[in-house]
Design a binder for this molecule. Structure first.
Ligand SMILES: Nc1nc2c(c(=O)[nH]1)N[C@H]1C(S)=C(S)[C@@H](COP(=O)(O)O)O[C@H]1N2
Ligand SMILES: [Mo]
Length: 425
């Protein structure tokens, strides 16, 4: 009798395998596809025959990785090219961190070129002692670091459109979900600075304002400001990139991206919200009834499969790792389930450590693709008990007009050629 290696256990429809496969179980039964090793040694390639390139002052990605680039749409008005957003190519990345050069950018009037020596941050309003900081002064306070995502409230808004694949470039991870990135942020806790200014008991909110020509500004509850808000000077170990707020930005962990004021110049302590443009006409959630939710701060639990996804064509049936990102503005990711049959059956994915609060979590799921059609979905839950809704559930509550905080399940249809496309399943 021939001995077969144990087959990886199927856990849900259409080829999903047990996530314990990643914990050391044998892959021998899965149809992975390297060419069988030949008896001859590997050929010596040209790059092994001469010394390589010398040193450079600031490293850049391999020239073969030029596709891993931010993308943006041409501005509606060519006179204002800095109004809009560029998006992160998550389908070409792995892990949990977004390289700084690929962090998405959403700017209302372009990135100002700020001379750090001339920049000032003022804290005033309902305080005992108004303060003005130079960057040098800010740098002398105790610093803290944390990993956190920034996500625009308009991210994934495409899923509220009626047509899954409209004419034009096919919607993909980057165009639908690219207004999300995750970095390590370092700076001074806002509570440290507010303590020094002395908060007047009448103050219940702060008003934060940027130094860009949009003067973009938001109101933030004082309780949040004192909890985990950071006045950031560093992003992924280096000074914040110009487009992400150089030389100083606010990190408001888990809250709508818009509140993370870049190029921060002023914090005023106030009794109530200031009702700025970006918290009245914009960044409010319009309901089916015509009423709108205002001041919806934390970004609700969400996930998306980044691989496979549109543009990443499967090369024949066999074993694949389904991989994606999950995050919640309310806390930690508790679980991610994956379906390969359009939501008929689900199985839990493996969560990549570390799983951090208000940061992005990478999930992985082994899959044996039969070569036939499949609809891939992921459904995340966070540690507050919130679960990602289906698209139908979400629009039953909100109607089809909701453009902000869209967090429903993303579906990718894989056809028998291995191509993936957005579908509204
Ligand atoms: N001063 C200022 N801050 C700003 C913005 C802006 O245009 N000006 N855009 C906001 C929006 S809408 C978002 S989603 C985040 C995006 O941060 P990022 O560009 O670093 O990704 O910054 C916010 N902070
Ligand atoms: Mo945004």
């Amino acid at each position: 009798m021939t001995k077969h290696p144990p087959q990886p256990e199927s856990v849900a429809g259409n080829g999903l395998l047990d996530r314990r496969l990643f914990l050391g179980a044998s892959l021998a039964g899965a149809a992975l596809a390297p060419s069988p090793a030949a008896a001859e040694p590997l050929a010596v390639p040209p790059w092994s025959l001469a010394p390589g390139v010398p040193f450079n002052a600031y490293g850049m990605p391999s020239k073969f990785e030029a596709a891993a680039a931010r993308k943006w749409v041409a501005p509606v008005n060519p006179a204002t090219p800095g109004i809009g957003a560029s998006r992160t190519p998550h389908h070409l990345l792995d892990g949990m961190m977004t390289p700084s050069g690929l962090h998405f950018e959403r700017s209302h009037a372009g990135a100002p070129t700020i001379d750090p020596d001339q920049h000032r941050l003022a804290i005033h309003g309902l305080v005992r002692q108004p303060l003005v900081f130079t960057l040098e002064a800010l740098s002398r306070y105790p610093m803290t670091s944390r990993v956190a995502f920034v996500e625009c409230g308009g991210n994934s808004g495409f899923l509220s459109q009626p047509v899954a694949v409209p004419p034009g470039p096919a919607p993909d991870v980057q165009s639908i979900h690219g207004l999300l990135s995750c970095s390590e942020w370092t700076g001074v806790k806002l509570s440290t600075l507010l303590e020094e200014a002395g908060v007047d008991p009448r103050a219940k909110w702060i008003y934060a304002e940027g130094a860009d020509s949009a003067g973009m500004s938001r109101s933030i509850p004082l309780a949040k400001a004192l909890d985990d808000v950071i006045v950031c000077l560093y992003q992924n170990g280096e000074r914040i990139r110009p487009e992400n707020g150089y030389p100083v930005r606010l990190l408001v962990p888990g809250y709508s991206g818009n509140m993370n004021v870049k190029w921060l110049r002023r914090i005023k302590l106030v009794e109530g919200p200031v009702m700025t443009k970006d918290e009245t006409s914009k960044y409010t959630i319009l309901l089916a009834s015509g009423k709108a939710w205002q001041f919806v701060f934390p970004l609700e639990v969400k996930s998306v499969i980044t691989r496979p996804s549109p543009g990443l064509t499967l090369k024949g049936p066999g074993f694949y790792e389904i991989s994606g990102l999950a995050w919640s503005g309310n806390g930690k990711i508790k679980s991610v389930e994956v379906s390969a049959d359009g939501g008929k059956s689900w199985a839990p994915a493996a969560l990549q450590e570390p799983v951090l609060s208000k940061a992005v979590t990478r999930f992985r799921m082994p899959w044996n693709w039969s070569g036939g059609p499949a609809v891939l979905q992921s459904r995340a839950a966070d540690d507050t008990g919130m679960v990602q809704p289906s698209r139908a559930e979400m629009f039953a509550e909100r109607g089809m007009r909701g453009q902000y905080h869209v967090n429903c399940i993303q579906s990718w249809a894989v056809n028998d050629k291995g191509e993936a496309a957005n579908v509204f399943a």
